[in-house]
Design a protein around this ligand. Structure first.
Ligand SMILES: Cc1cc2nc3c(=O)[nH]c(=O)nc-3n(C[C@H](O)[C@H](O)[C@H](O)COP(=O)(O)O)c2cc1C
Length: 205
């Protein structure tokens, strides 16, 4: 009798120099804990700066969470080619510089090249863009990426689940990102409708 093993789901995670390195870190942790996922990590130079500034982490400490780590200037890496079969890519967080490069097909480093591959191969691309306020160039670039099939997912917090900690806020957002990758998860409570939310508990609260 032959047994077949499902091929791992291959996902690319990129971290760029927008604020919110914690989103990329949490995504990598979740993917590492999920069986059957192979992760490929790329971090931009500004992403490395923010990793250190916001989380006090060195790149090497992040890279051990991924199956494969690539250098951002290694445009000859396997993930730079459409022949490398991957299931999607998330840029978490995504700076306006990287958004602009993706929107205009620049492929000027491994992150923007891998994103370009996702678009041309019609694979899932999620950009967790972060800036405020947004200028017209930012808005137009988001429109371009959306028109090309990418998903713009700004990491905006929600409050309807009454988060108690920053970790709760991050988990809710990463739960939705993982949903978009079709990976089962229970990272955040799901909305059951207002009626269910307001139903009195066992003690009448
Ligand atoms: C502490 C810090 C926070 C930043 N936050 C943002 C941000 O939220 N959004 C953004 O678009 N750029 C932000 N930047 C600027 C980018 O890091 C900068 O534009 C950089 O060139 C982006 O390069 P990359 O896309 O290759 O990572 C920030 C920079 C620093 C140092």
């Amino acid at each position: 009798m032959t047994t077949t093993t499902a091929a791992p789901k291959r996902l690319i995670v990129a971290i760029t120099g927008a604020t919110g390195a914690a989103y990329g870190l949490r995504l990598l942790q979740v993917l590492q804990e999920t069986p059957g996922i192979e992760t490929h990590l790329v971090v931009s130079d500004a992403g490395i700066l923010n990793l250190q500034h916001e989380l006090g982490m060195r790149l090497a400490e992040l890279e051990i969470l991924a199956d494969v780590a690539h250098h951002v200037r290694d445009v000859g890496a396997i993930i730079a080619s459409g022949s490398f079969q991957s299931d999607g890519m998330v840029v978490a967080p995504c700076s306006m510089r990287t958004l602009a490069a993706v929107a205009h097909g620049l492929s000027d480093n491994l992150i923007t090249r891998a994103a370009d591959v996702m678009i041309k191969e019609r694979r899932r691309l999620i950009l967790m863009v972060r800036e405020a306020p947004l200028n017209l160039a930012h808005l137009r670039n988001m429109t371009s990426v959306t028109e090309m099939g990418g998903i713009i997912y700004p990491p905006t917090p929600v409050f309807y689940h009454r988060p108690q900690t920053i970790a709760d806020i991050i988990d809710h957002t990463i739960g939705r990102i993982v949903d978009l990758l079709n990976i089962p998860n229970s990272l955040a409570p799901r909305w059951n409708g207002l009626a269910a939310e307001n139903r009195p508990g066992p003690a009448g609260h």
